[in-house]
Design a protein around this ligand. Structure first.
Ligand code: NCD
Length: 327
């Protein structure tokens, strides 16, 4: 294992003029298939480097601002770990109530402040479009880590990377992907459905009536000629499913708490139900789960949700290196 003074050969050049240098990552709509191959190639290299050396100096001297206006465990900590594994450091603001946000500071002013001190900004915010507003205010790259019920592009990338790594990169075309749960408020499925339109897939949406996939997302999917069908029960589509993407009912986004009570616990994936599914398929979840997948399914080889978390580290390392001109 190389010591710090003998840095290993890094498989990444200094491409400060490369295509991704200085770019914002706001929506999955900005990616092509070629982009995905490139990002996943870099993520794959990152995986190898983490396994071999753990931490290395690709982003030494660079600082990330991790600005979270909404709760997060995985997204916040994986961006922090990603930056630190690349040798960079992090200014973390995850309790905005202790920052000047609680004094009424606007998002653009907070962003302008943080970019004085840092090189790249990761933002999670409760309002749709907030990442675009931040990117407008900032010269430095802004990465959208979830803008309300809008998008969660880095999650969609790690979700697709998981599918590539687990089912085979060449095998996305032809897959049947079933999204289950809160398709109305779940931003991860909004981004993933859009991203999957780059492939020849079939999409199934299973949700309670009041949590159906929004019309704007469905219109975008049908404009790309991707077949999509809505269902209210999982049983009808489980046997044909290659990827079952389960989501949490987003309690915090309901205007009326009584509506949440009506649909909470509508779907539970457990070993009994999964008997009807293929052996060669995967079950994914962006996590946190609050009962949608019973823990006794966790040891099933089809359970891919813990792998997803790990792959999120590599994808976020790749994205940070790319926008900072080092990949
Ligand atoms: C998701 C999110 O924040 O949208 N979590 C995550 O980033 N892994 C899903 C959720 O909160 O249910």
């Amino acid at each position: 294992m190389p010591t710090e003074s003998q840095s290993p050969h890094l498989p990444f050049g200094d491409n400060t003029h490369a295509e991704w240098y200085g770019k914002d990552i706001l929506s999955v709509k900005q990616f092509s298939r070629a982009d995905l191959e490139y990002i996943f190639g870099v993520a794959h290299e990152m995986r190898g480097m983490v396994e071999r050396v753990g931490t290395f100096d690709l982003l030494k001297g660079k600082i990330l601002a991790n600005l979270f206006y909404e709760p997060s465990t995985r997204t916040a900590s994986s961006f922090m770990a990603a930056m630190q594994r690349l040798g960079g450091s992090v200014v973390a603001i995850n309790e905005v109530k202790y920052s000047s946000v609680s004094k009424g500071e606007s998002l653009p002013d907070t962003i302008r402040t943080l970019e004085c001190y840092t090189d790249v900004i990761v933002l999670r915010h409760p309002e749709v479009g907030s990442a675009a507003i931040a990117a407008e205010a900032a010269e430095k790259p802004v990465l959208n880590a979830g803008d309300g019920v809008g998008e969660h592009p880095t999650q969609a990338l790690l979700d697709l990377f998981t599918i590539f790594e687990e089912l085979g990169a060449g095998k996305v075309d032809g897959l049947t992907i079933t999204m289950l749960g809160d398709l109305k408020y779940g931003r991860t499925v909004h981004s993933l459905a859009r991203l999957l339109t780059l492939f020849d897939v079939k999409l199934n949406y299973v949700s309670p009536e009041i949590l159906r996939m929004p019309k704007d997302v469905m219109d975008e999917v049908s404009a790309k000629n991707i077949p999509q069908t809505e269902y209210t029960t999982l049983e009808e589509v489980l046997p044909e499913t290659d990827v079952l993407y389960v989501t949490r009912v987003q309690k915090e986004r309901f205007e009326n708490p009584a509506d949440y009570e009506k649909v909470a616990g509508s779907f539970v994936v457990n070993p009994e139900i999964m008997k009807a599914a293929k052996q060669e398929m995967i079950v994914m979840h962006p996590l946190p789960r609050v009962g949608e997948i019973s823990p006794d399914f966790d040891t099933d080889p089809r359970a891919a949700y813990f792998l997803q978390m790990e792959y999120g580290l590599y994808v976020r390392m790749a994205l940070l290196a790319m926008v900072l001109g080092k990949a």
